[in-house]
Structure formats: C-alpha cells, structure tokens
Design a protein around this ligand. Structure first.
Ligand code: OFO
Length: 177
C-alpha cells in the first residue's frame, strides 16, 4: 500500500499535470484565434500527453490501494504576445514540472518507496524530452524572427505533430512506453 506522504505528493502531481494540460489547451485556443492552426495542433498534442501523465499518477495511486483526490484547477492565462512568448512560457513551465518530479523522487527515496521510484524514473526521462521538445521550437521561432513567411512555414511544420497513445495498460507503475 502506498504511504500517505507519497500519495499526497502524487495527488498534488495529478493537479500539476492537469494544470499543464489546461495551460497548453489555452495556448492552443490562442493559436487558433490567431490563425496559427499548426501551432494549435502542437499544443493540443501536448495537452493529450499531459493527460496521459496525470493518468499514470492516477493509476499508480489506485493500483497501490491508495485514494486519488482531485483538486481544483485555476483558469489559465488566455493570451500570449507572440508564439515565441507562448513557447518560452511553456519551457519555463516544463522546468517547474521537472522540479516537481525531482521532489517526488526525493520523497520516494526518503520513504524507501521503490515502486514509486521505478515509476518516477519514466518521468525523469520524459522531462528531458519535454524540455528538449519545447526548446527546439523556441530555437526555430528565434530563427524565424519577424518573417511572416517563416512563421507560416514553422506553423506548417509544427502542425505535423501527432499524438501517439500509450499501449493499453501502460499507465501502470514503471511501464516503459
Ligand atoms: Fe507532464 O510534462 Fe509537461 O508538464
């Protein structure tokens, strides 16, 4: 059975992952409103990934006989001044999430919770990818600068991103995807 301290920390993380999904969905809405449908698609895929992250924590708590407790979500920001500003905000947010995962791993070590530690290893790797993905887009947008044509090309490229659902049952503890 999962210990209360670990369960509480993971319930907080479900809230963080859902807040991430909400933030990226708000960015998608802003991109759609500005005619940047490719970037909106990129953010919608990111939203789906965040939901998968939340469900991994949900499954882990549940499978270890714990109690999932959902918390309130705040309304996200509605508008960003430019695509670069939005992706920079996303990058900053991912760095915050990486810090939360590190904190969870610290709690797991302190509680001698090897099951949680194994499950969290997936997230440690995932956060490297999350930060790298956003960072790549920031580099691209910096290259594009003020070029309208460049922005349209970047929009088309980012619109090619597709969501790959995890295999059935992969939300379980430590299952590699
Ligand atoms: Fe769940 O990784 Fe982004 O926030």
């Amino acid at each position: 059975m999962i210990k209360k301290r670990m369960q509480d920390a993971m319930n907080d993380q479900i809230q963080h992952e859902m807040a991430s999904a909400y933030l990226y969905l708000a960015m998608a809405a802003d991109f759609h409103a500005k005619g940047l449908d490719g970037m909106a698609q990129w953010m919608k895929v990111q939203t789906q990934e965040e939901m998968v992250h939340a469900m991994r924590f949900f499954a882990h708590i549940d499978e270890r006989n714990g109690r999932v407790e959902l918390k309130a979500l705040m309304a996200p920001q509605k508008e960003w001044t430019s695509p670069l500003a939005a992706f920079e905000a996303a990058y900053k947010h991912e760095q915050f999430i990486t810090g939360r995962i590190d904190e969870l791993a610290k709690i797991a070590r302190e509680e001698n919770d090897n099951a949680a530690l194994m499950m969290l290893q997936w997230f440690v790797n995932e956060q490297i990818e999350e930060e790298a993905n956003v960072s790549k887009v920031i580099d691209l947008l910096k290259l594009v600068g003020d070029s309208g044509q460049g922005l349209l090309m970047a929009d088309r490229e980012l619109g090619a991103r597709v969501f790959v659902p995890p295999p059935a049952g992969a939300a379980a503890a430590g299952t590699p995807v």
